[in-house]
Design a protein around this ligand. Structure first.
Ligand SMILES: [Fe+2]
Length: 287
C-alpha cells in the first residue's frame, strides 16, 4: 500500500502546477502518515526492532538508521500536510514543496528496498517460528488499535479511492474540501460530501472520514438512504433545488439537508449532506 501511495504522489508531481490536484496530494500525504507511519513504522519500531535486539542484533547500524529515517519521514509528512492546508500557497513555496516531495519518494523507495534486502533478511535469519508468531500477534494488535479490526480493509478502501482520483468538489476557490468541512464542524451537525458516483469524498466527522471512497449506501443509515437516494438521483437528471426532511432514528430526531453541488456550467458534481441532531430541540408551544 505504501508503494502504491508513492506512485500516486509521483503521478501528481508530474502534472503541471495549475492542474495539480491539491486535495489528492493532501489525501495521499495523510494516508502515508496514518497507514505508512502510524501502522507500518510503528509495527517495526515497537515490535520488530525490539525483538531483533533481543535476538542479538545491534541497536546501532541498520535499526538506528531506520528509526532516524522514520522520524524524519513523520516530521516531513506532517509539515507538508500543514503547508498544503495553508492556502493559498504561492508559486515559489509550492515549487519547493514539489521538489521536497519528489526527493522524499526516492528516499522512501530506497528505505523500502533496504527493508526488504537487509532488514527482513536478517530478521528471517534471527527469528524462529515462535518469535514470528508472537510478532504477528502483536502486529495485529497495532491494526486493531489503529482503526478497529478492519483497518487493513479501511486503508485499502481509502487508497483505492485516492487512486480512482475521486473528483475534488470545488466549494470555494481558496479552500480545500477539508477546510470547508471544518467550517461546518459542530457536535450536533455533521456534513458528508459525495461525488458524482455517490462515493464519499470527505466528512466533517473524522470517524466517517475513514470511510472515504465508500458508497452512499455504506455510509448512510439504510432508513435515511431510502429517502435520500431518490433526491440525489433527481439532482443528477434535473437542476432541482436542495431538499430537507426530518427523520426519526431510534430515539433521535434528525434534520437532513441535501444540497446539490454544480459547477458554473450547471453540471452535477456531487451532493453535500448535512445531518443535524434535533433531539434536544424543544419548540415553544404556542397553543
Ligand atoms: Fe521502515
Amino acid at each position: 500500500m505504501i508503494e502504491r501511495a508513492l506512485t500516486i504522489l509521483q503521478q501528481e508531481l508530474e502534472i503541471s502546477d495549475d492542474q495539480i490536484n491539491k486535495q489528492r496530494l493532501l489525501q495521499t500525504l495523510k494516508f502515508l502518515l496514518e497507514c505508512g507511519d502510524g501502522v507500518h513504522n510503528v509495527k517495526e519500531e515497537n515490535h520488530l526492532f525490539p525483538m531483533l535486539v533481543e535476538r542479538g542484533m545491534s541497536q546501532k547500524g541498520l535499526i538506528h538508521d531506520m528509526i532516524m529515517e522514520h522520524e524524519s519521514e513523520r516530521e516531513q509528512l506532517l509539515r507538508w500536510q500543514n503547508n498544503l492546508m495553508e492556502s493559498p500557497l504561492d508559486d515559489h513555496t509550492f515549487a519547493i514543496l514539489r521538489k521536497k516531495i519528489s526527493d522524499y519518494i526516492r528516499y522512501r523507495q530506497d528505505h523500502i528496498q533496504r527493508e526488504e534486502s537487509m532488514l527482513y533478511t536478517q530478521a528471517s535469519e534471527r527469528l524462529d517460528l515462535e518469535d514470528t508468531e508472537k510478532l504477528q500477534h502483536s502486529m495485529e494488535q497495532v491494526d486493531t488499535k489503529t482503526l478497529g479490526e478492519s483497518s487493513t480493509t479501511i486503508f485499502s478502501r481509502r487508497l483505492k479511492a485516492i487512486e480512482k482520483r475521486i473528483t475534488p468538489i470545488p466549494f470555494h476557490r481558496n479552500l480545500t474540501l477539508e477546510e470547508t468541512l471544518a467550517n461546518f464542524h459542530s457536535d450536533r451537525c455533521r456534513v458528508l460530501v459525495f461525488d458524482q458516483q455517490d462515493l464519499l469524498v470527505g466528512s466533517s466527522d473524522p470517524e466517517k472520514n475513514t470511510l472515504v471512497g465508500s458508497s452512499l449506501q455504506e455510509v448512510i443509515d439504510s432508513r435515511v438512504y431510502s429517502t435520500l437516494k431518490p433526491h440525489i438521483d433527481e439532482f443528477k437528471k434535473n437542476p432541482s433545488p436542495p431538499v430537507a426532511f426530518s427523520h426519526s432514528l431510534d430515539q433521535a430526531t434528525q434534520w437532513i439537508q441535501c444540497i446539490p453541488i454544480r459547477n458554473p456550467r450547471g453540471t452535477y458534481q456531487g451532493s453535500l449532506v448535512m445531518i443535524s441532531d434535533l433531539s434536544s430541540f424543544n419548540p415553544i408551544n404556542t397553543h
